[in-house]
Design a protein around this ligand. Structure first.
Ligand code: CAA
Length: 241
């Protein structure tokens, strides 16, 4: 059954793979993006998936963006909160801006988006919310106090909301990717990646965005109605939680 889906940060990295997987499964997908217009337009031309620009850290922009998507495609039934940024720094060097930007996008962004589709999902008695957290929200990561805090927050948010959604047909789950071969991970210093990170992954490689997308596809399916409040770990065996 085709449903209407929004994927935030849906034109690049893991989000692009999720958008494509949802489209292939027959859903009407809107891919949100924040700033990289060129990549978004190229993605739209390649896939036919419409892209919509807004900043998930801004509540009002999210409301306007969701309205635009609903006018084009219909009421949102699937929300994948994927948009995320890094501003890595050891804590003794971390600035309030680095803290605020990461928490604003990676944690408050989930409130800003979910709050504004939630009442519609409740009224229609159906919804699927998937929050893309991270291995580093589960285990913590030096150089990422901001990111780890926000991503751990995403898991708490998921568990609380799952309890509220359960009675009204809405499931809320988190997916925790490990190190996936996207631009975000490839931006890590090559030496740090090769010497400190790769040796910690038992499967011996970075993950593929499509490997995360397949998990999301399961969680949003009609058949996954009994799966809610879960944290799905996709990290090549790096950390068990
Ligand atoms: N544990 C403890 N100490 C550590 C450490 C670790 N894992 N990593 C570095 N340090 C120490 C270093 O040994 C060094 O100590 P000394 O000064 O005493 O020698 C000190 O911290 C500074 O380290 P760097 O030289 O690396 O500092 P830097 O300022 O050049 O870089 C950094 C800091 C940008 C955080 C860099 O270490 C880094 O990129 N680390 C990787 C962070 C990471 O894993 N980010 C994930 C991004 S991908 C992502 O987030 C997606 C996802 O969800 C998985």
């Amino acid at each position: 059954m085709g449903r209407v889906a929004i994927v935030t940060g849906g034109s690049r990295g893991i989000g692009a793979a999720v958008s494509k997987a949802l489209q292939e499964a027959g859903h009407s997908v809107a891919a949100n993006y924040a700033g990289n217009e060129e990549a978004a337009k190229a993605f739209e031309a390649e896939t036919g998936i419409p892209v919509f620009r807004w900043d998930v850290s801004d509540f009002r922009s999210c409301g306007e963006g969701i309205q635009a998507v609903e006018a084009a495609l219909g009421p949102v039934e699937i929300l994948v909160n994927n948009a995320g940024i890094t501003r890595d720094a050891m804590f003794h060097k971390m600035t309030p801006e680095q803290w605020g930007e990461v928490v604003g996008t990676n944690l408050t962004g989930l409130f800003n988006m979910t709050r504004q589709v939630w009442e519609g999902m409740r009224a229609r008695r159906f919804g699927r919310v998937v929050n893309i957290s991270s291995i580093n929200g589960q285990k913590g990561q030096a150089g990422q106090a901001n990111y780890s805090a926000a991503k751990a927050g995403d898991i708490g948010f998921t568990k609380a909301l799952a309890q509220e959604g359960a009675r009204v047909g809405i499931t809320v789950n988190a997916v925790c990717p490990g190190y996936i071969g996207t631009e975000m991970v490839r931006a890590i210093d090559e030496k740090v990646l090769a010497e400190r990170i790769l040796p910690q992954i038992p499967v011996g490689r970075l993950g593929e965005p499509e490997e995360v997308a397949r998990c999301v596809l399961f969680l949003v399916s009609e058949e996954a109605g009994f799966v809610t409040g879960s944290t799905m770990t996709v990290n090549g065996g790096q950390y068990f939680h």
